[in-house]
Design a protein around this ligand. Structure first.
Ligand SMILES: NC(=O)c1ccc[n+]([C@@H]2O[C@H](COP(=O)([O-])OP(=O)(O)OC[C@H]3O[C@@H](n4cnc5c(N)ncnc54)[C@H](O)[C@@H]3O)[C@@H](O)[C@H]2O)c1
Ligand SMILES: O=c1ccn([C@@H]2O[C@H](COP(=O)(O)OP(=O)(O)O[C@H]3O[C@H](CO)[C@H](O)[C@H](O)[C@H]3O)[C@@H](O)[C@H]2O)c(=O)[nH]1
Length: 329
């Protein structure tokens, strides 16, 4: 249903946060897979024994060997640099890794006649929202280099489909959060910039005060609203995207979010209830932060048949908390 008999999926960036949850799911379902990751931000132990080829997806020679040795039917591409602020300070590194290396990967796929691709895109391709919920037809206007790298790859994918017949599913995640409920894997970024793990660390260690970036936005309490989506629900959507590419002739772009927004202060409240009081102070706005980002994920539900399982923010926070306690122990 997901792959033709005997074939494998290549998971690029599978040792990272979201990628490792994909690998966990593939292993649970006995779906053949191999991981390519340069471990620039990923963790070998997050693979829990799945096969790792250590290397960069911009290395054409390595890719040629990977495609020659493994019977790959599809590629899921999680590998990229992910920090909006760093992309503003060092755009060259972001265009190099997120765009140039991806073009090399795509070109080697075409050379090896591998024509199915699932891409980690982002809500950041939309830029400043013009509607309360964002659907896929919303105007694209990224406001930082990170978002532009993702939109560029989406456009490149359109050209590769026309020219070479390479089909893709671009999954535009909103805010990935949470950890595997079995406690085995979770978010381990260094430096960590994401709200939920930082709020948990502040509550547990009480060493650092969480900075709330702005309380003068036009929202119900003045802080930014985001759509937090559980990382296991993201992994499920990739599986459905594999099925989609196996059963359809078309490409697709789909939002992945819970269609509900939480303010920064509401997230702090949820963390405070589960982990203890979060020490915080209001700081200046962070550059490049839209006030509200909430998904309309109708297309993922209707076309892919996706139903998120962990829609309660308390589940998202409690899974992240369980993971935090494990790595802090
Ligand atoms: N975390 C989020 O909230 C979020 C939201 C929207 C989109 N995304 C996208 O999802 C993807 C995964 O995000 P994440 O949070 O798991 O990030 P992550 O940094 O945890 O994982 C990325 C993985 O890719 C690897 N990698 C990076 N460049 C590589 C290269 N050139 N060759 C081989 N491996 C390479 C890293 O070592 C790491 O294991 C990224 O593309 C990101 O842009 C993430
Ligand atoms: O210490 C912090 C960290 C975050 N925030 C706020 O919390 C919200 C969420 O911030 P995150 O850094 O957790 O996530 P982002 O919304 O900035 O970005 C995430 O989602 C984007 C898409 O919406 C991109 O894909 C990006 O890669 C991904 O990290 C934002 O309003 C941010 O200003 C704080 O107030 N204090």
């Amino acid at each position: 249903m997901y792959l033709p008999e005997g074939k494998s999926v290549l998971v690029v960036g599978g040792a990272g946060y979201i990628g490792s949850h994909m690998i966990h799911l593939l292993r649970d379902l006995n779906i053949r897979h191999v991981v390519l990751d340069d471990l620039s931000s990923g963790h070998r132990e997050a693979l829990q024994g799945s096969r790792l080829i250590e290397g960069n997806c911009g290395d054409a020679t390595l890719l040629r060997n990977v495609f020659a040795e493994h019977d790959i039917d599809a590629v899921i591409h999680f590998a990229s640099f992910i920090e909006v602020g760093a992309s503003v300070r060092n755009p060259a590194a972001y265009y190099e890794n997120n765009v140039c290396n991806t073009v090399t990967l795509l070109s080697e796929m075409v050379r090896a006649d591998v024509k199915k691709f699932i891409f980690s895109s982002t809500a950041a391709v939309y830029g400043l929202p013009e509607t309360s919920k964002i659907d896929e037809s919303h105007r694209k206007g990224p406001i930082n280099p990170y978002g532009r790298t993702k939109l560029m790859v989406e456009e490149i994918l359109g050209d590769f489909e026309k020219a070479y017949g390479l089909r893709s599913v671009c999954l535009r995640y909103f805010n990935a959060a949470g950890a595997h409920p079995d406690g085995a894997i979770g978010e381990n970024h260094n430096p960590e910039t994401h709200l939920i793990p930082l709020a948990i660390a502040a509550a547990i260690t009480r060493e650092k005060v969480l900075k709330v970036f702005g309380d003068d936005y036009d929202t119900r309490d003045g802080t930014c609203v985001r759509d937090y989506i559980h990382v296991c629900d993201l992994a499920d959507a990739h599986l459905l995207a594999l099925k989609y590419l196996n059963q359809n002739e078309a490409s697709l772009a789909a939002n992945l979010g819970n269609e509900a927004g939480f303010t920064v202060l509401e997230v702090i409240d949820a963390v405070s209830r589960l982990a203890g009081q979060v020490p915080y102070e209001v700081a200046a706005r962070r550059d490049g932060d839209p006030a509200v980002l909430v998904a309309d994920a109708t297309r993922a539900r209707e076309v892919l048949g996706w139903t998120p399982q962990y829609t309660d923010v308390n589940d998202i926070v409690s899974h992240a908390l369980q993971w935090y306690r494990k790595i802090a122990a």
